[in-house]
Design a protein around this ligand. Structure first.
Ligand code: SF4
Ligand code: SF4
Length: 534
């Protein structure tokens, strides 16, 4: 990952919070290199059946839109205002109290007022007022309304692709206005005229082709899992199984493809395999449902539904009892908040019960899908795992609450419970930067691409500064999280702002500490780094 084209950290941190001299409606957007993402390619849009596939870039003067693009967007807006009550509510109820204004990491890191959640939403609200409210139609600007022009559309593109849909601002809004839902609507409307980003459309297109974002073919998945089994054997002396597409397994295990192919997620995947082997779980990976993540969430509700359908379809085909899901972020937002309604009911599955402890996961009764940290925390609580936390004594660890498992699911205690049982040196970051108030990595929702690097480092800066504090106070050298995108993006963020801090999944930490039946004396962790005191 190269930072050559962006300012150095000491320059980037000089943030100008003074607003521009012109009013927000009069300040046009500037597509500055490093702060926006490349457009979706015609190939990906065609594969996804999305409108207006063509060659263009957001920095072009001519976006090659259909002649009637305003009509398309306004009728799309009308349709959605009728269909989603939350959308109409979020357009109407904001009282501009400003409680959310300084809560967005992109505003904190850029000083750009249009990155204040209240103003980001206003980009859409102003158009809503102009065409769908009496006051806006009669009084125009006086009522905060404005025409849908090309400049407005460019502004939508720039700022709705500078929101990671993390929902931190929503946690502070007295009315619970969900900015992520507003951004999703903004992106849906942009999609109607073919304005999307490639970091979203290409992974989504890959998913339809091969089942996963990275476009890995079934043979590739088998090879990499076999390779992990070899590595595990080398480190522990234990040969683990690689069950793949196994009909009649009790449990289908679905995880983001980043865990198969992107370091440091690969070590997390090895951790799952070691855990499942040790407890004798009758499970299977799948080459068809080989992606838990769902970049449809960053495109449209329809795309979420289409992409997610493969998980239940594969569970049915394999005849499993229920589904276990790996460490991922937005995958869990989809599962927890949408899957049951969109793709369910999954009546052909059983309400999940741990075959090891007998615990019934009541919270997953409708989705039939259990989060791996709930499953593992339950194993520990019931004394089913032998853990030696001293093996992680070479690590001084802090934990980043990934936005979706934290704010969308309330998974605060389970990862901490695993961490506290698997290592001796755990230090929390400041209270206002963790749990429900956690700060985003700055690169989720499709923004984790190289061309957007400056904005990623700006958006991730508040999280990085919170890590820096525990580095200075406690000598922290490792940042744990339970999200595949975080594992990739936080690694770059740490390299830029807090060099020396590396990133890991919680199940990598667990696997270091896991005492396996028949293992040889362990001298290194999963990365081959020497274990302290061994
Ligand atoms: S990035 Fe997060 S905090 Fe900022 S506006 Fe979007 S949802 Fe709110
Ligand atoms: S906190 Fe809620 S009501 Fe207040 S300005 Fe922000 S979105 Fe509007």
């Amino acid at each position: 990952m190269s930072f050559d084209k962006i300012p150095k950290p000491d320059q980037l941190i000089q943030i100008q919070y003074a607003p521009p001299k012109t009013g927000w409606m009069e300040t046009p957007v500037e597509f500055r290199p490093g702060t926006w993402s490349y457009s979706g390619t015609a190939k990906s849009l065609t594969a996804l059946d999305l409108p207006n596939p063509r060659s263009w870039q957001p920095s072009d003067d001519d976006w090659k839109l259909p002649e009637n693009w305003q009509t398309i967007i306004l009728s799309g807006m009308k349709e959605r205002l009728g269909k989603y009550r939350s959308f109409r509510l979020f357009m109407d109820v904001c009282v501009r109290c400003g409680a959310c204004a300084d809560k967005c990491h992109f505003y904190i890191g850029s000083g750009d007022p249009k990155n204040m959640p209240v103003l980001r939403a206003e980009l859409l609200r102003s158009v809503y007022r102009r065409y769908f409210t009496k006051s806006g139609k009669l009084f125009g600007r006086l009522a905060g309304a404005r025409d849908l022009t090309m400049d407005v559309l460019k502004e939508w593109f720039y700022y709705f692709y500078q929101c990671t849909e993390c929902r931190r601002c929503s946690a502070f809004c007295p009315f619970g206005i969900d900015q992520a839902e507003i951004t999703m609507m903004g992106r849906e409307l942009l999609n109607l005229v073919g304005c999307n980003i490639n970091w979203v459309t290409e992974p989504a297109a890959n998913c339809f082709r091969t089942g996963n974002h990275l476009g890995i073919q079934p043979g590739g998945i088998k090879d990499i899992l076999d390779f992990f089994a070899d590595d595990i054997e080398e480190r522990t002396g234990v040969r683990v199984d690689v069950p793949l597409n196994k009909k009649g397994a009790d449990i289908l295990f679905v995880t983001p493809s980043g865990d198969y192919f992107a370091d440091p997620g690969t070590y997390t995947c090895m951790g799952y395999m070691m855990l499942f082997h040790e407890i004798g779980l009758n499970y299977t990976f799948s080459t068809y449902a080989s992606e838990g993540g769902n970049f449809g969430l960053f495109t449209s509700h329809e795309m979420v539904k289409r992409l997610n359908a493969k998980i239940y379809a594969e569970a049915k085909r394999l005849g499993v009892k229920w589904i276990l899901g790996g460490e991922c972020g937005h995958m869990w937002r989809v599962i927890h908040q949408y899957m049951d309604t969109m793709n369910g009911p999954a009546d052909f599955l059983e309400a999940p019960v741990s075959p090891i402890t007998g615990t019934r996961f009541e919270n997953a009764r409708s989705t039939k899908m259990v989060h791996i940290v709930e499953f593992t925390a339950d194993l520990i609580r019931n004394g089913k795992l032998k853990l030696d936390p001293k093996r992680n004594d070479h690590l001084k660890l802090t934990f980043h609450d990934s936005c979706n498992p934290a704010r969308a699911m309330g998974l605060f205690e389970e990862p901490r419970y695993i961490i506290q049982n698997a290592c001796n040196h755990f230090y929390e970051m400041a209270e206002d930067t963790i749990r429900e108030k956690t700060l985003c990595c700055g690169a989720g929702a499709g923004l984790g691409n190289d061309e957007n690097m400056e904005m990623r480092m700006r958006g991730g800066m508040p999280r990085a500064m919170a890590v820096k504090k525990v580095v200075e106070k406690h000598g922290v050298n490792r940042l744990a999280c339970i999200c595949a995108i975080d594992r990739a993006t936080l690694s770059s963020l740490m390299d830029y702002w807090v060099p020396g801090v590396t990133v890991m999944g919680v199940h990598e930490l667990l696997a270091n500490a896991l005492v396996m039946t028949g293992e040889k004396e362990r001298k290194t962790d999963l990365r081959g780094e020497p274990l302290a005191g061994y």
